[in-house]
Design a protein around this ligand. Structure first.
Ligand code: G3P
Length: 216
């Protein structure tokens, strides 16, 4: 499973990249706004900076909701850097635009996916990635991981090439379950990635080794 970091924060992207396990980055308008990025030029420059840190796919989301403008915006985003993947919402015009991007060699990430029906449409349109929002499904009382499992099964049976990108990841257990359920990619906040490191027996064991090392 590939590891993406879900943030627009350059320091966190650098920290995750320095671990040597980072395969890419996802952003969204909320994450970009959080970093105070405003205006077309600043947005493009920020994506450029992210692409200079990480050698992997970087999802940049369109802000339009109609076919023509999504295509225009997506073409500009894709022109920023070869690693940019155009993130498109799961709406009717979004699906139409994903098909257009697919036919024109522009890679896409279909976002805001909450059902298998939506996941089938995204794959049929040729999306490179599809992003089911696990945490937000959990928030509503369903198990988001069930969706990943169902999608994996359908994609395998049908031979769909779209990569399942588990998104809205909130903790380390989500990452483990996404791997278990067959997600191709998991996009995570830095804290959730670092959460995978934690085990009290590791800390106790290391303290003991370091103590005993004094007698070596
Ligand atoms: O990649 C989508 C993700 O950023 C949404 O996460 O925590 O806002 O549901 P969250």
């Amino acid at each position: 499973m590939k590891f993406f970091i879900d943030t627009g924060n350059l320091a966190q992207i650098k920290e995750a990249n320095d671990l040597g396990i980072l395969d890419g980055v996802t952003t969204n308008p909320t994450l970009m706004a959080k970093e105070g990025i405003k205006g077309t030029e600043a947005i493009a420059n920020h994506y450029k900076s992210i692409c200079e840190i990480v050698n992997g796919d970087v999802s940049a989301e369109v802000l339009s909701t109609d076919f023509t403008t999504i295509v225009e915006e997506g073409k500009k985003l894709a022109g920023i850097h070869p690693n940019i993947v155009v993130k498109v919402p799961m709406i009717k015009d979004g699906i139409k635009a994903i098909k257009w991007f697919t036919d024109n060699g522009i890679r896409t990430n279909c976002t805001l996916v909450f059902s298998v029906g939506q996941a089938i449409l995204a794959a049929k349109a040729g999306a490179s990635y599809v992003s089911p929002f696990i945490g937000r499904i959990d928030d509503c009382g369903w198990d988001g991981m069930d969706l990943i499992g169902q999608m994996r099964h359908i994609y395998d049976v049908q031979g769909y090439k779209t990569e399942i990108l588990a998104a809205s990841i909130r903790n380390a257990l989500h990452i483990i379950k996404a791997a278990e359920s067959g997600a191709n990619v998991c996009t995570c906040p830095l804290d959730s990635i670092l959460g995978l490191l934690k085990h009290p027996l590791t800390d106790i064991g290391l303290a003991k080794f370091l103590e005993d090392a004094k007698n070596m």
